[in-house]
Design a protein around this ligand. Structure first.
Ligand code: DGP
Ligand code: NA
Ligand code: NA
Length: 217
């Protein structure tokens, strides 16, 4: 095979912080303006059978204990790995909304053991770039509240402090601050998108072989 593999680019961060909007903008830009093979996906992928259990859980229609739902979220990533690997090797860059970092952060916020949380995602495809959406220092101009299970201010703040642990532990982790420097407003979409495009360009240039590494090994 002589095509260079695509990049695995992850969007991470709290709920309602702009990941979906920005990942769609990026995906359109790469495919339409740069002519780069590209696909966007999101975890949880609610379209599979496991994803439908997760969807019902998030909508509070069914219950699982904390360990069980953790394993289901992880299984939902694992069931996509073969097709993701195949796509990457065909040269597709994959833009992915959430990944194993959400898995660890959300479950740790409930009090589960970190090592246990990480263990079931060991061996997933390692990202080339993780864009972590955050609000910098504590800011009140974001609302996380929604109807789904995790969408309360109190829980999101716990998750936020768990996300922080990945900052220093990974060199492909880049912070995207969504709040203006005056700390009162959201940055405009274009400025965030431009920052993301620079990181993505850098990351695409770094791919020199078809080698795919594994997460947390
Ligand atoms: P989203 O579709 O991106 O809004 O995600 C749905 C919710 O599930 C959101 O509150 C984040 C949470 N979530 C995403 N991935 C995981 C995971 O692996 N484990 C847990 N416990 N929660 C997750
Ligand atoms: Na959500
Ligand atoms: Na989302």
């Amino acid at each position: 095979m002589c095509t260079k593999r695509g990049a695995l680019i992850i969007f991470e961060g709290l709920d309602r912080i702009g990941k979906t909007t920005q990942s769609k903008l990026l995906s359109n830009y790469l495919s339409e303006e740069c002519g780069i093979l590209c696909e966007r996906l999101a975890f949880p992928d609610r379209s599979t059978q496991i994803g439908s259990l997760i969807d019902n859980y998030l909508q509070r229609k069914i219950e699982f204990n904390d360990h069980t739902i953790h394993l289901l979220f992880s299984a939902n990533r694992w069931e996509c790995m073969d097709s993701m690997r195949e796509k990457l090797l065909q040269g597709y860059t994959l833009i992915v909304d959430r990944y194993a970092y959400s898995g660890v952060a959300f479950s740790q916020a409930k009090g589960l053991d970190k090592k246990w949380c990480q263990s079931c995602d060991i061996g997933l495809i390692k990202p080339d770039l993780v864009l972590y959406f955050n609000r910098g220092i504590q800011s009140n101009c974001l609302s996380y509240t929604g109807d789904e299970r995790y969408e309360t201010k109190q829980f999101q703040e716990k998750v936020e402090s768990q996300f922080e642990q990945f900052r220093s532990s990974s060199h492909q982790w880049k912070d995207i601050n969504v709040i203006n420097s005056d700390n009162t407003n959201m940055r405009d979409k274009e400025s965030i998108q431009n920052e993301i495009r620079l990181y993505v360009k850098e990351s695409l240039e770094k791919i020199k072989s078809n080698n795919i590494e594994e997460l947390w090994k």
